[in-house]
Design a protein around this ligand. Sequence first.
Ligand code: PGA
Length: 246
Amino acid sequence: MSKLLVFNWKMNPATLEEAISLAKASDQENIVIAPPFVFIEEVAKVLKKARLGAQDVFWENPPAGGGAFTGEVSAQELKNLCVEYVIVGHSERRHKLGETDEIVAKKLKAATDTGLVPILCIGETEEEKNAGKREAVLERQLKTALSDLQLTTNNLQPFVAYEPVWAIGTGNPETPESALATIKFIKELLKNFRISDFGFRVSVLYGGSVNSQNLQDYIKYKEVDGALVGGASLQEEEIKKIIKLI
Ligand code: PGA
């Protein structure tokens, strides 16, 4: 199966011109580009092969006229812009903006109810890792996030991104062997949750300081379904090298 790469631009770049240039450089099959909301519409116009993603979504999906949620963006609004994928529960939102597991669960439900493919981010902090709590944290995050999905039967294929918090943006990725072991653990958990009973096949990505030098070390494993790339997806030289690898 081909691997998926999700390019998470975070709050970058500063100008539309740069955004268009990055989008053109990244326009390949099996790539999802998640620009900031403000650039989505213009980026959509230049993409021919890559798919469009968003970095976040609000949990309410109000009927027409019911959108009294200042500053938020609904799943339906994203859908109307041809967005197909949405990142939910990124650790920067969890840890810098106070997003709880319960909020993540509501966002995941709003996304799937609207037909957006969710990319659910989970991962432990450095303290949690050092305290031997990695598996417990992942299980809690996954269980809570999926708890509202029991009634959803639309045939989406969700993604989980395993992103150890301490590996994001630090240049200090998890080792491929350990990332593989954790991804196998996540896949076992998903089996136990009997998520396949609801028509889901969940793919699991690795994220955290992935670049052109180390990408292959992760995606060479059949259990690793792709990667979520932050910083390297903002550098055109890196993009050129990365897209040759998938
Ligand atoms: P990074 O970011 O590749 O810069 O570590 C990954 C992410 O968006 O979580």
